[in-house]
Design a protein around this ligand. Structure first.
Ligand code: SAH
Length: 363
């Protein structure tokens, strides 16, 4: 598997689509505006409309001349967000969104209100090619990468729809962010930039299934973001049965790459571990996990697996999950059992998108 998301000026998803205006950085916008025969200062106006005032259409950009708007419309795409579905959890206020993209594809995002601020869980790809056996997002394979602008738009549209500020971003929706490296990093830079939402890098978490070259590259970006590893098994042999990517990168290599990332002054490492009844939730796995994480400043996030019809996996009992947690804590490891948000609304990642994509193909 390659880890290029496709670089280039702004639009990096599909070759037959025009570059995505929302993905242009300010210097790139200046070049574009100049190419279109306008003075560079127009780029500042455009950037402000797109990323601060979060305009959805050219019509909203009152101080931009019509001539420029027409030239832009011919050169780049600027699709407004289309909310195809919105599910609101009566239990905890979690909102799950299904967006329809300009080319008819769907992506899911989740809004999670917390006391300490609101979080958005962002998708980075349409589908996923990592093939994890418990995950709904990968069942239809990878359709395409998202552009940085399409990641930004999920957050902008949710802020506008909820009327609330978003202060935390988790890149844990559909897709593997390090399999769409360039756009993911571009997104992080733009959303944390002073001319954008200005979200602190420390409030951004990128979750990966463990693509070692991507983790190594990320270290050199000198971003202060949090990294979370989807671990799900304490040994290579068990991990290989759940995650095809484990055949490519051994745990020792991944842990090495994480240690390097960490020693470059990064913060605490988070490990995600979906507890699957009878598969990875036994006392033996807890002990193996504790020895794997010895010496790390680790936080283990236990997630009772969200049942997906196609996988047949079941979540542990709550006593089983607590026993697993206790075993890790006995070794001095920080553990949380993830508060299950929005179970009443198509909880598992990818389920909503899959349902709608299948529905469309039947039409
Ligand atoms: N590709 C990235 C991010 C997307 S998945 C990654 O692998 O980290 C976000 C998290 O949800 C991952 O830890 C993933 O393994 C987990 N996940 C996927 N399907 C799940 C399910 N059915 N139940 C519980 N967790 C799941």
């Amino acid at each position: 598997m390659t880890e290029t998301g496709g670089a280039g000026s702004g639009g990096e998803a599909a070759k037959d689509r025009l570059p995505d205006l929302r993905s242009f950085t300010k210097p790139e916008l200046e070049d574009l505006v100049r190419e279109l025969g306008e003075p560079a200062y127009r780029a500042g106006q455009l950037y402000e409309w797109i990323h601060r005032k979060r305009a959805y259409t050219y019509d909203e950009m009152t101080n931009v001349p019509r001539r420029l708007k027409e030239r832009l419309a011919a050169a780049v795409s600027f699709d407004p967000p289309v909310i195809r579905e919105r599910q609101v959890s009566a239990a905890d206020g979690t909102r799950k969104y299904l967006f329809r993209l300009g080319d008819g594809n769907y992506v899911e995002s989740v809004f999670m209100p917390y006391h300490h601020g609101n979080s958005v869980c962002v998708s980075t790809q349409v589908g996923c090619r990592m093939g994890c056996s418990f995950c709904a997002s990968t069942l239809l394979g990878l359709t395409r990468n998202l552009t940085a602008g399409e990641m930004l738009l999920q957050v902008y549209a949710i802020e506008r729809d909820t009327g609330s500020r978003v202060s935390n971003i988790v890149m844990m929706g559909t897709g593997e962010p390090l399999d769409n490296y360039d756009s993911s990093v571009r997104f992080i830079r733009m959303i944390s930039g002073p001319d954008g939402l200005n979200i602190s890098e420390r409030n951004i978490t990128l979750s990966t299934c463990g693509l070692v070259p991507g983790i190594r590259r990320l270290k050199d970006e000198h971003l202060m973001i949090n990294l979370a590893l989807s671990l799900h098994a304490p040994t290579d042999s068990l991990r290989r049965t759940l995650m095809p990517v484990a055949r490519k990168y051994a745990l020792a290599e991944i842990m090495d790459a994480l240690r390097d990332y960490y020693s470059a002054g990064r913060r605490r490492l988070t490990f995600e571990y979906s507890l699957i009844r009878g598969v990875n939730d036994g006392a033996e796995e807890a002990e193996e996990l504790a020895s794997l994480l010895r010496g790390y400043n680790a936080l283990v996030n236990l997630i009772p697996v969200n049942p997906v019809t196609e996988t047949g996996f079941r979540e542990p009992t709550s006593a089983g999950a607590s026993a697993f947690k206790k075993k890790l804590e006995n070794h001095g490891i920080h553990v949380t059992i993830r508060r299950e948000m929005g179970r009443d609304i198509d909880g598992a990642c990818g389920q909503l998108r899959k349902r709608c994509t299948e529905m469309d193909s039947r039409l």
